[in-house]
Design a protein around this ligand. Structure first.
Ligand code: ANZ
Ligand code: ZN
Ligand code: ZN
Length: 822
């Protein structure tokens, strides 16, 4: 065939690969393993270009490591529970399960059409009972270990989704999914005690050398560990203390007022019977009505309560205020204000004319309290601080804490921004929480052998029913403990729970008696390379790390971190903005594959930008990728009859030009190998392949009869290097042009021949007006301009040229330079 027709070869190879189970893997202790995972998709219905990019990146690495001799696990599955599917199903009046499974079928077909090398035998879907059975099992495990609890809490309620959300799912006060304003509601919910792992989740970040710094920083910031002290202030005339959390116990002598969050439990008792009471209540109401996400931006405001408390270190009376800049959910919901050394406090103090007292002196210069316009936040020396005068403030922190502890008025504490993980959802399409509420026995776990607690199949058939609580047949049950009538828990689990362990299931997806086979996990885990979007930098990755640590503590796995290396790819954009249905700027992968073929689609997406950068979609770019593959095709078609009669290449018989081709082949191999393996710079490795193709064309065009062995080496190395990027084309040429047996995807990555890289040197004679003046050693393939320049600059040639006019320079490549002067 003279022309490249991807539509004729791609389906054929996909079938052949499937028939021969080319991508099946089993544990093989005799070979090094490589677990290459890409984040599994949510089965929304259609694959989008972001998926194509994510999975193309993963597929290159899978095929590359396979060719390097690794036993590579490359699985795919579906993160299949969740609200979008449930809402779509309700809208279309079909059961959520049916909707989800048909989406899965469609997207699986799309993935297959793109030719990704997954071991489909290992496919999992989190909504399948034989999967969520184990999700429920993990819930029971956490419950047994005291890490799952039910508690009343002020939670984030999304009125749009009609369910509560985890803290991580609230972005700027809005639902991460539907962007509704999130409301605070007091509700009984299930939580996972992820805070018990806060320190380990933070400390172990330092072990993750293979993670982007940015992601580690985001996680550290989310965990938000703050070291400091809790200090107790007695309320004057009331048998109560207000505890504050401070990171600056060294500034305790500089406190000039106290601020409570409007919801602080002591606000009411403090204002009882005071003339300020009404104003405080009105103020608190007003703050409550301001959405939390706006509070940060509004001006700092407050009102005095009229009450006072006592500073435990100096007995001073401190006025108590209520302010909008104190958050009730952080620390103790109360702040000791030190305006001289805290910017927020200073702003507030200046607005209300509250005193400012400097207690940390800078190493240089003086601070004037009366005019201070910027809080002094840096270290210095403690002053006006009783027994601590003259103490450097950094050392003062620990000393003041010891002083407080001795007197029983404070203690060292660590505060985290991280909250326990709220896993309850009041929606249908999720894994039911396997608990039973019994009037006699309380909340009782469902025994393991009764798992899974199946979702009732019919629920979404009925209009309006969106929660398990709406199904009396589901709710009614018997108590596993006393056998009496009881009520099932009707909350389902956050789908992030399903995705916190799927990578373990892939190692042994058919295991019937346990969530995974220990031997398989020991062989495959941890994941060597994990590729996905930066949007998962916090939730999914933090939860998965938490799960792994819990499983490790339970003796179920023997590693502390699930993902050795993480790669976050950039977005695919069109017209500068992310492709999205709502923007109407989506390019449909099916359409591109239909028009250009899967190999072209993949090659374009890998070539158009470095993997970590955003990638601007361009039809012209796709056409360029297609043209390149056609060029490869035509070269192979022309050389096929030539390479057929090629024997092994003997480099010693090559002439200069041939040696250069030989060297280019191996230089390309070195570059592509390094780009893939060391730099993960797939776009530049493709440009290297393009240059190689150009060089091979040049060789073909300037040589009447190409040397068959060299043509074979060029074509074969090219096809092998192309295999990870354009797997169908490479397979076709492997068989049809190179006449090889077996799959190119089971062939070995080509061997680098270091001797091919050596550049030979020659000695060139340098003459001036035909008289020998010097000699020069240069690479054989040095260009004329360089040679001329070097020759005329030689110290022994210079005197003969100096002050004269150079008429011309005769260059005989590899032999001689003759400078003609007058
Ligand atoms: C006195 C002080 C003096 C403070 C000073 C800072 C500087 P991070 O680092 O985020 O943990 N704070 C404590 N609880 C708060 C709350 N619920 N809402 C708003 N602010 C709160 O911040 C800890 C510091 O934030 C604490 O240390 C407290 O102010 C304030 F020169 O105490 B500091
Ligand atoms: Zn929502
Ligand atoms: Zn009971």
């Amino acid at each position: 065939q003279a022309e490249y027709h991807p539509e004729m070869i791609e389906p054929r190879w996909q079938e052949a690969w499937a028939r021969s189970e080319l991508y099946r893997v089993v544990e093989d202790p005799g070979r090094p393993k490589y677990y290459n995972l890409e984040m599994f998709p949510y089965p929304s219905g259609d694959l989008h270009m972001g998926h194509v990019r994510n999975y193309s990146l993963g597929d290159v690495m899978t095929r590359y490591y396979r060719m390097k001799g690794y036993n590579v696990l490359h699985p795919m599955g579906w993160d299949a529970f969740g609200l979008p599917a449930e809402n779509a199903a309700i809208q279309r009046n079909v059961p959520a399960a049916q909707w989800t499974w048909s989406n899965i079928d469609r997207m699986r077909a799309q993935l297959k059409r793109l030719g990704f090398s997954y071991d489909w035998e290992r496919e999992v879907a989190t909504c399948a009972p034989d999967y969520y059975r184990w999700t429920q099992w993990f819930f029971l495990l956490l419950h047994r270990r005291g890490l799952a609890y039910r508690g009343k809490a002020r939670v984030n309620w999304c009125p749009g989704c009609r369910t509560v959300l985890a803290n991580e799912q609230v972005e700027g006060g809005r639902c991460w999914r539907c962007h509704s304003e999130v409301e605070k509601q007091e509700r009984e919910q299930w939580f996972f005690r992820i805070t018990a792992y806060a320190d380990r989740l933070l400390d172990d970040l330092s072990r993750l050398d293979g993670w982007p710094e940015r992601v580690k920083a985001m996680q550290a910031n989310w965990i938000g560990r703050s070291e400091g002290a809790e200090v107790d202030f007695q309320v004057e005339g009331l048998d109560e203390t207000i505890s504050v959390f401070t990171t600056r116990p060294d500034t305790l002598w500089g406190v000039t007022y106290m601020v409570l969050a409007p919801d602080h439990r002591l606000v009411e008792p403090l204002i009882q019977g005071r003339p300020e009471a009404e104003a405080v209540r009105r103020f608190a109401e007003r703050v409550r009505a301001t959405p939390e996400r706006e509070r940060e931006h509004v001006e700092k405001e407050g009102v005095p309560t009229g009450a006072f408390c006592i500073n435990p270190v100096n007995g001073e009376r401190v006025p108590i205020w209520v302010g909008n800049y104190v958050v009730s959910e952080y620390g103790t919901g109360a702040v000791m204000a030190v305006p001289a050394h805290d910017p927020r406090d200073l702003e507030f103090a200046r607005a209300y004319g509250l005193p400012v007292r400097v207690v940390i002196r800078p190493p240089q210069g003086e601070l004037d309290e009366a005019t201070l316009s910027e809080a002094y936040v840096d270290p210095g020396v403690m002053v006006r601080s009783g027994p601590f005068d003259g103490t450097p403030s950094q050392e003062g922190k620990a000393q003041v804490i010891a002083y407080l502890e001795e007197r029983g008025v404070g203690r060292k504490t660590v505060n985290y921004r991280l909250r326990d993980w709220l896993i309850s959802r009041q929606r249908y399409w999720g894994a039911p929480i396997p608990m039973v509420h019994c009037p006699h026995c309380g909340t009782v776990p469902v025994p393991e052998e009764q798992l899974p607690v199946l979702l009732p199949a019919s629920l979404t058939d009925r209009a309006g029913g969106t929660s398990l609580a709406d199904d009396p047949d589901f709710v009614r049950t018997t108590c596993p403990s006393c056998g009496g009538p009881a009520r099932r828990e009707t909350d389902t689990m956050d789908t992030f729970m399903c995705s916190s362990w799927y990578y373990l299931r892939f190692t042994s997806p058919k295991e019937a008696d346990a969530p995974f086979s220990r031997a398989a996990v020991d062989y495959w885990m941890p994941v060597d390379r994990y590729t996905g979007g930066i949007e998962h930098a916090i939730m999914h990755l933090l939860y998965s790390r938490f799960f792994t640590k819990v499983l490790c503590d339970a003796g179920l796995v023997s590693f502390q971190e699930p993902f050795t290396r993480l790669f976050t790819q950039g977005m695919v954009t069109l017209g500068g903005s992310a492709m999205s249905k709502s923007r109407g700027n989506v390019v449909d992968p099916d359409e591109i594959v239909g028009k250009y073929g899967a190999d072209t689609a993949r090659l374009f997406i890998l070539f158009a930008a470095p993997p970590e950068n955003d990638l601007e979609w361009s039809e012209a770019g796709v056409e360029g990728a297609s043209r390149f593959l056609q060029r490869v095709w035509r070269l192979a078609a022309e050389w096929a009859p030539v390479v057929e009669r090629a024997s092994r290449l003997d480099a010693s018989v090559l002439d200069r030009n041939e040696r250069d081709v030989h060297r280019t082949i191996h230089e390309t191999l070195r570059k592509v190998t390094g780009d893939i393996e060391e730099r993960f710079s797939l776009n530049t490795s493709i440009s290297a392949l393009m240059s190689l193709v150009n060089r091979l064309y040049q060789y073909k065009e300037e040589t009447p009869a190409v040397r068959p062995e060299l043509a074979r080496e060029g074509l074969e190395t090219l096809v092998l290097m192309l295999a990870p990027f354009a797997p169908h084309l490479a397979e076709e040429l492997w068989h049809e042009a190179l006449g090889r047996e077996g799959s190119v995807h089971q062939a070995s990555w080509p061997e680098l021949d270091p001797s091919a890289l050596e550049r030979e040197e020659v000695e060139v004679v340098v003459q001036v007006n035909g008289k020998l003046r010097d000699r020069l050693v240069v690479p054989v393939d040095v260009d004329e301009a360089t040679l001329r320049e070097q020759a005329t600059a030689l110290p022994r040639v210079q005197p003969f040229i100096d002050g004269r006019q150079v008429q011309r320079v005769i260059v005989v490549p590899g032999r001689l330079v003759n400078v003609v002067v007058k």
